[in-house]
Design a protein around this ligand. Sequence first.
Ligand code: CA
Length: 236
Amino acid sequence: MNEAILIIEDEEKIARLLEIELEYEGYRVGKAYTGSDGLELYRTGKWDLILLDIMLPNMSGIEVLRRIRQHDSRTPVILLTAKDSVEDKVSGLDLGANDYVTKPFQIEELLARIRATLRLSALTTAESGTAIASKAEEEWLTAADLRLNEHTREVIRDGEVIELTPREYDLLVFLLKHQRQVLNREQILQAVWGYDYYGDTNVVDVYIRYVRKKIDQGRSPELIHTVRGVGYVLKE
Ligand code: CA
């Protein structure tokens, strides 16, 4: 194992605690106390995952994330957020954070999220490796004029390329593979997040909204439908 995790967190106590726990779990750890130091470490090292606090001194975690995502959509980022910063959480997810953990957190919960995120990231990397090996075989999932290619990760609606974050993409793949099937939030959480998401099933609604906005807004037919009191279904 020995995956490398970069911690960007200005509260030294929390950063130290994380460092100790993560090293105990066998990860290699780097840490920075400011956004700019964090970016510097990010650029000069090779990281499998980044733990990023949002409230940082000179440069906010959101800004750090924005700069990372300008060139790098792959390295998973888990945000550490204060309980009352819903807006930050949402803009963080919008900018391509893979997950977030609300402070104060249980270390076990955070470790579970880290394992799940690393697992998914390894899967995605392996899949794209296979894609190159299999001569970019054409395999499209479709619904109406929406097309998604699992090998190239292209998403196209009505001829227009749609950019999705990794999580939005996973969600859309799941919906497309279960077309006309009504899915409840727990099923979606299990499949897309891949583990028991402690507490907050709202994350499903948030992501459905993101994906809807990108693939359905201003187009017809609408593909993602809400089934009141149950969940969601993708159908023409
Ligand atoms: Ca902080």
